[in-house]
Design a protein around this ligand. Structure first.
Ligand SMILES: Nc1nc2c(ncn2[C@@H]2O[C@H](COP(=O)(O)OP(=O)(O)OP(=O)(O)O)[C@@H](O)[C@H]2O)c(=O)[nH]1
Length: 285
């Protein structure tokens, strides 16, 4: 049996209220999702927050998925009439395009202002998304200097702050938001695997077991997307093993059976990219 992943709705409600207030001032919303799990990192309140503002959909951590999977997502979103921008906020790949889109939206706004006899002003954009998806790293890249603190620890962006990223764009760095309720436990587990769930409480062992099961499933059903076995680095004959069997075996081999420790290390290895590119979600058919 899996314990449910838990977090603190009171805390979230407060953060959401502050965010909704700031978003009233915004012209463009940069919705940042995790390219490894673009569906699980969709926040259900985004459409309401966006209203009739311009929304730019960003799948960050593109370096963490195989290029073929990037193509599949691009296509999937396109058939839904959506343009997605893939970024690697760590090395800056794709970030210039996001800035251009925001600036174009600003130009349109200023044209409308001009038509009404108003002065031009910088466009106001906000980056929103789950904790740890890379909002601060993205803003740092847009700034080309390190101003916003970007840390591996989820939930680190505590305050809302505005930064001027060009003479035409101001950007709000918002804290990570997770829904007050996550109906879908499978999505919640993926958020935990990717560390995109802030300070929610979960059991690393259960999460790592499901992670290994997902890997095995991916290798069996989509071997072309997983040419290298991510588990081979652990030097265990993992063929056909369940998640439980694998964690147990690895733990006996190097952590004297401390399952929790082994599980944590597996998750850390994955998050650091040591296990290679793993698409934890694929576009639904
Ligand atoms: N490999 C890789 N790492 C990234 C990328 N984007 C961000 N990171 C790293 O992921 C970690 C979290 O990034 P942040 O920018 O702090 O995430 P955030 O969304 O602002 O997080 P919160 O403040 O918790 O909401 C940092 O260690 C970043 O360097 C990316 O595209 N690729």
């Amino acid at each position: 049996m899996t314990n449910e992943i838990q977090w603190y709705p009171g805390h979230i409600a407060k953060a959401e209220k502050a965010l909704a207030e700031q978003l009233k001032l915004v012209d463009v919303v940069l919705e940042v999702r995790d390219a490894r799990i673009p569906l699980a990192t969709h926040h259900p309140r985004v459409p309401e927050w966006v209203g009739n503002k311009t929304r730019v959909l960003i799948l960050n951590r593109v370096d963490a998925i195989p290029p073929a999977v990037r193509q599949l997502w691009q296509q999937w979103f396109k058939t839904r009439g959506e343009t997605v921008y893939f970024t690697n906020a760590k090395d800056g790949n794709g970030v210039g395009q996001v800035l251009q889109v925001a600036q174009r939206a600003g130009d349109e706004i200023n044209q409308r202002r001009k038509n009404r006899g108003l002065l031009a002003r910088p466009v106001r954009a906000a980056a929103i998304g789950f904790p740890n998806v890379g909002k601060s790293a993205l803003i740092n890249r847009l700034l080309k200097r390190r101003i916003v603190v970007s840390e591996a620890r989820p939930g680190v962006t505590r305050q809302l702050r505005w930064v001027r990223i060009s003479d035409r764009v101001e950007l709000l760095d918002a804290p990570g938001v997770i829904p007050t309720k996550l109906e879908d436990q499978a999505a919640a587990i993926k958020l935990a695997i990717c560390d995109d769930i802030g300070d929610a409480a979960y059991d690393s062992y259960q999460v790592a077991v499901i992670f290994i099961d997902l890997l095995q499933d991916l290798m069996a059903t989509a071997p072309e997307l997983m040419p290298d076995n991510p588990l081979s680095r652990y030097k265990i004959d993992s063929l056909g093993m369940t998640g439980e069997e694998f964690v147990y075996e690895l733990s006996a081999k190097r952590d004297r059976g401390d399952l929790e420790r082994t599980a944590r290390q597996i998750l850390i290895d994955f998050r650091k990219g040591i296990l290679g590119t793993v698409p934890l979600e694929l576009p639904p058919n």
